[in-house]
Design a protein around this ligand. Structure first.
Ligand code: ACM
Length: 233
């Protein structure tokens, strides 16, 4: 399986600019699975539910249309973080999208810090997706903090976890070694870089996107730059 992660530096609220960044970083890339960061199109640091909701979309919106287009160009299935609106709720979600369009979404179960003020907790069951013959599970960022999600996805048959992230705590890259070792799985943690100072929050995102192997080996370097990394396993 050929997998790619893209580590970006999104500008808050500037979806078109953030789409353009991803598109240019994927120029000439083909893969089976491409993982983008959590909330890659919008940025992370909201100040109200109204603000998050206004940047959210359903699966007929421009973010899923962009991902579908990129799936057609690259041949890949994407797992990418986005705000999913449904009724009057918004979810911190990861869309699974291929060249035919939207397949499904995972809605983050373990919301971090003030995310609980704007996002509703995930209300969909965990699932795995067959991508190029491989069972792939999805979790989002702070889900790393709890062993249950990787364990449950492994028990459901996943051998790869796609993990869109906006990491601010330093521990996740090390914790993913344990998560992968205890479950004998691969994980692709796609993080972002940059800083967002909005409202009461001032976040610096740590980069260090990481491919972690079942034995705990880290197959990628711990960069803090915008980068597109490709791996075969
Ligand atoms: C996080 O869950 N984005 C820290």
């Amino acid at each position: 399986m050929k997998i790619v992660y893209v580590q970006t530096n999104p500008v808050f609220g500037e979806k078109k600019q953030n789409f353009n960044q991803v598109e240019s970083m994927l120029q000439g890339v083909s893969a089976d699975l491409i993982v983008l960061p959590e909330l890659f199109a919008t940025g992370y640091t909201f100040t109200s539910k109204e603000e998050a909701f206004a940047l959210g979309e359903d699966h007929k919106g421009e973010t899923i249309a962009f991902l579908t287009q990129m799936a057609q160009k690259t041949g890949a299935t994407f797992v990418a973080g986005w705000i999913e609106n449904e009724n009057d709720c918004c979810y911190n979600a990861a869309a699974v999208v291929n060249a035919d369009g939207f397949i499904d979404s995972y809605r983050k179960l373990n919301l971090f810090n003030r995310e609980t003020l704007w996002f509703s907790p995930g209300n969909k069951p965990l699932k795995t997706y067959t991508i190029s013959g491989v069972e792939v599970g999805v979790m989002i960022c702070f889900d790393w903090y709890f062993p249950e999600i990787t364990r449950k996805l492994t028990q459901m048959g996943a051998s790869v976890i796609a993990h869109p992230s906006n990491l601010v705590l330093p521990n996740c890259p090390d914790a993913m070694v344990t998560r992968c070792l205890e479950n004998r799985i691969f994980a692709i943690t796609a993080n972002r870089i940059g800083n967002e100072k909005r409202g009461e929050d001032d976040f610096t995102f740590i980069g260090k996107s990481q491919i972690t192997a079942p034995g705990g080996a880290i197959l990628s370097n711990r960069y803090r730059i915008c980068t597109t990394q490709t791996f075969l396993f």
